[in-house]
Ligand binder design. Structure first.
Ligand SMILES: [Zn+2]
Length: 203
């Protein structure tokens, strides 16, 4: 087992559970839609972030990081930023390809949205055969971010550690507070995918 500093990212496709019914065709199409979206996003995730694990409609990614390496942290945010247009391009493609299907999954495709969560901290990396398992309080913390009160459809929610590591300007981000289970009141930063682009124009 290794203890390392790392950036952790969770990509979460939401809107899925709302339109799933028991009907087999709908469920099958919903799975296909999500899989294709997930693959599109993951195809982009070779560098610097690596996919560690798929968790249903979500993916956990990480990158080892030495505190102070702001350039690496910025490249991680650039990668996160690039997931959004790829996701929505894939969504548009699937909407077109599935225009003839009247099932609930295909007709509600526009309910799907992408959310990204970013945190930086210390994690334990455990090698189990060919798999790397990530553990530690910071891994738990990033998962807690998924249960939040953000009203936006698609967004990037990050911790102060993630923001500070990349030296992102506070003025370009929205303050957000969340009472996290087992963690307590936590100050976070929020940005939507459009704001993300302006954020990076200034880098
Ligand atoms: Zn369908």
């Amino acid at each position: 087992m290794r203890l390392i500093h790392a950036y952790l990212v969770i990509l979460d496709i939401s809107g899925y559970t709302h339109f799933i019914t028991q009907r087999t065709v709908s469920l099958l199409h919903a799975e296909q839609i999500i899989t294709e979206l997930m693959e599109t996003v993951i195809d982009l995730a070779e560098h610097p972030l690596q996919v560690n694990k798929l968790e249903g409609d979500a993916a956990l990614l990480y990158r080892e990081w030495v505190p102070g390496e702001a350039d690496v942290a910025k490249s991680i945010f650039e990668q996160v930023n690039a997931f959004f247009p790829a996701f929505y391009a894939c969504l548009a493609r699937q909407r077109e390809n599935r225009a003839n299907c009247t099932c609930e999954a295909c007709t509600n495709i526009d309910n799907l949205a992408l959310k990204a969560f970013v945190h930086a901290g210390e994690i334990a990396v455990k090698q189990v055969r060919q798999f790397e398992e990530l553990a530690g309080e910071d891994v738990i913390l990033i998962h807690r971010l998924l249960k939040n009160h953000v009203a936006a459809r698609d967004y990037v929610l990050m911790t102060e550690a993630a923001r500070a590591g990349a030296l992102l300007s506070m003025e370009t981000l929205q303050k957000h507070r969340e009472e996290l289970e087992g963690v307590g009141e936590t100050h976070l930063w929020l940005t939507d995918s459009t704001q993300m682009r302006t954020l990076f124009d200034g880098l």
